[in-house]
Design a protein around this ligand. Structure first.
Ligand SMILES: *Cc1c(COP(=O)(O)O)cnc(C)c1O
Length: 408
């Protein structure tokens, strides 16, 4: 049994009725930290013993293969982080400077940055109020009322730029409504690129994220479901795109001996040592998902009857991995707002976080055409994410629950 199983499953499990009634002392409880109780050290040591610590070595290919198998995608290309995977995906999908790419306002800023890196422009769309993902009806509204066809191409009437792609982001472990998004993409001739960086393992109508469009990206940053410290992966069903992605992420090298480079490439390679860590993490992924779901179920149960708190929900068509556990705090009913609760929990050594500033309001992007994303704004005001590390013990979770229930 791995460390996390020992830590977690041997703790006593109080009946749900008792949740939040007992004060439990705790040490610092972080929001979300890596769980490294598997074969990480052994595999990394192997790299050191064999001297394959950098870009050469057998494990990058092996990690790509195993990852593709897990997700169910035909091809996978490992990258140095999730942002570089997104950047590469946009390039191989043919997105050009000044093209517009539809994406949610409520997400981590890396998605918008990747679009910006190639000189393209993000179009920020509001969230749906129930599951907080990009709202397909608002994408449709944008396409119908703000875009027009010229010479068989779709243009944004306000900016005059071509509208080329949708980049749905499955935020917080929950998939977007992909049928609706893919239908719109087919109707308007748009490319779909999944930003699946937060939702590895989640499924939409039984199909895993990463296989719901022809190209998708993942991240192995420290707070993601599995981590390599820093790392990412691009997956695709398009063989040509996969080949091009591998080429571009490895400095576009045509002749390794004579240093002939056929294009401007990038140094976006993952190292053998990090691939080793990724393989060890991937071995534990089913257990990690199980743990995340268990943590979310317990919080949901504990807060069910607390006035003013509403836990994140799972859509009928979704199986969320609950990468993050996020709830909304209604100031009137709970008696304190989300930031007040954050400060209060911080005093008890419990780390919590709001969601991201909606990007249409960000100093980095607010110069773009103004957009109405009022749900994203409201969610940002109300949301608070609670500790949800895979290694969170039941006792630690009890402390968090006690403080949340009794802080009002
Ligand atoms: C984590 C994340 C990324 C970027 O991943 P990195 O590995 O940190 O570069 C991109 N998009 C979203 C939505 C993310 O949460």
């Amino acid at each position: 049994m791995g460390e996390i199983e020992r830590n977690y499953y041997n703790k006593r499990s109080p009946a749900p009725a008792q949740l939040g009634t007992k004060e439990v002392q705790n040490n610092f409880i972080p929001l979300c930290v890596p769980e490294l109780g598997g074969n990480e050290l052994e595999y990394i040591k192997e790299c050191i013993d064999t001297n394959f610590v950098s870009s050469v070595g057998p494990l990058v290919g092996k990690f790509e293969e195993e990852f593709a198998k897990y997700v169910g995608a035909p091809y996978a290309v490992a990258t140095v982080n999730g942002t570089s995977a997104l950047h590469t995906a946009l390039i191989v999908a043919g997105i050009q400077p000044d093209d517009e790419v539809i994406m949610p306002s409520l997400t981590f800023i890396a998605t918008a940055n990747a679009i910006h890196y190639i000189g393209a422009r993000p179009v920020f769309i509001d969230s749906d109020p129930d599951y907080w993902q990009i709202d397909p009806s608002k994408i449709e509204h944008f396409l119908e009322t703000e875009c027009t066809y010229k010479n068989n191409a779709l243009f944004n009437k306000t900016t005059g730029n071509p509208v080329r792609a949708i980049m749905p982001v499955h935020i917080l472990g929950h998939p977007c409504d992909m049928d609706a998004i893919n239908d719109l993409a087919a109707r308007y001739g748009l490319i779909v690129i999944e930003d699946a960086t937060e939702s590895l393992g989640a499924t939409y109508k039984g199909r895993k994220v990463g296989t719901l469009a022809s190209i998708a990206c993942f991240s192995f940053n420290g707070n993601k479901l599995i981590t390599t410290g820093n790392g990412g992966m691009l997956v695709t069903s398009n063989k040509e795109w996969a080949i091009k992605a591998k080429y571009l992420t490895t400095q576009a090298k045509n002749d390794p001996l004579e240093f002939i480079h056929g294009d401007v490439g990038y140094n976006y390679r993952l190292s053998n040592i990090l691939a080793a860590m990724g393989l060890a993490q991937l071995e534990q992924i089913d257990l990690f998902v199980q743990k995340k779901k268990k943590i979310a179920a317990r919080y949901t149960e504990a807060f069910r009857n607390v006035p003013g708190l509403s836990a994140m929900k799972e859509a009928p068509w979704a199986e969320s991995v609950f990468w993050m556990f996020t709830m909304l705090v209604d100031k009137e009913k709970y008696g304190m707002d989300s930031r007040g609760l954050l400060t209060k929990l911080d005093r008890y050594n419990i780390q919590t976080r709001p969601l991201w500033q909606p990007i249409h309001l960000s100093p980095a992007y607010r110069h773009l055409a103004p957009r109405d994303c009022r749900t994203a704004k409201r969610l940002n005001e109300l949301a608070l994410s609670l500790p949800c590390s895979v290694g969170l013990t039941e006792e630690e979770q009890e402390s968090v629950i006690y403080r949340v229930v009794n802080s009002r």
